[in-house]
Ligand binder design. Sequence first.
Ligand SMILES: C[S@@+](CC[C@H](N)C(=O)[O-])C[C@H]1O[C@@H](n2cnc3c(N)ncnc32)[C@H](O)[C@@H]1O
Length: 307
Amino acid sequence: MTSSDQVTSGRRREDRAGTLAARPTMSESAAPLSYDPELERLEIELLLEGIYRHYGFDFRSYAYASIRRRLWRRIEAEGLQTISALQERLLHEPATMERVLLDLSINVTAMFRDPSFYLAFRQKVVPLLRTYPFIRIWHAGCSTGEEVYSMAILLEEEGLYERARIYATDINEVVVHRARTGIFPLDRMQEYTENYIKAGGTRSFSEYYVAKYDGALFSPSLQRNVVFSQHNLVTDRSFAEFNVILCRNVLIYFDRTLQSRVHGLFYESLVHLGILCLGSKETLRLSEYETSYEELSGANRIYRKIR
Ligand SMILES: C[S@@+](CC[C@H](N)C(=O)[O-])C[C@H]1O[C@@H](n2cnc3c(N)ncnc32)[C@H](O)[C@@H]1O
């Protein structure tokens, strides 16, 4: 399935929101210099509503400032002037929606990203996982899969991979497809090797890949126990009970209400004493689930569900 098909297949046809005409002067950073903030917000809300009702992707509760910045960048890249013009184009052209989806879903990632997290995972979580006969892990918002392969390597080295099943999901089918290929940019292997060593890796990182197809092709054995699929944290439900959920660098893009909803989803999806791992800028503090977890490593955002 092509990414255009993916965008088209998610269509819902109830709505055709109208367009508004306003022509701001653009600054160099693509932000409008003269745009009525209320009109801007209205147009952005209409655009997000249009995306949701026409394509089924719900960005309505994503952090406004980030959405606004990315939309203006896309407007400039498309050679357009207004948010409404972008709305019109993306509603009529799935290929434009595909580009907007890539802009809005922000897929930046790395192998062994934040190495101290993986080190803490080895030290604090692995001993707990050893007590389970079978381990179910969910990477929610896995992007192109770098963190999934990192976890597979870690579990392999700790002798736990055979008893693990990893579910790796993302809203964006394009990145999920890339994750399945197991091919990553060759020019990032130096950085990943350094991360791997800092993360407590016990072998030579180059054992895990071969240079192929202009990239680094990771060993297919790392995918043996991995299931990649599309899943939307905003609109889809849980699909299993997990011992570990990793959702790193995803919730920062959501507003408080949506963060709370997703925390509810994770809480329901974790077994008693299950582990929740968040990104370095994300926290359970001040969330309604704060008291349901204890910190295993606060600095590395590793929590355990205790009630
Ligand atoms: C910045 S990346 C983080 C990737 C990886 N977790 C990491 O920490 O390196 C954020 C990912 O969240 C995904 N995402 C955004 N909204 C989502 C949603 N509603 N449901 C599932 N994934 C979502 C994006 O497509 C993107 O791949």
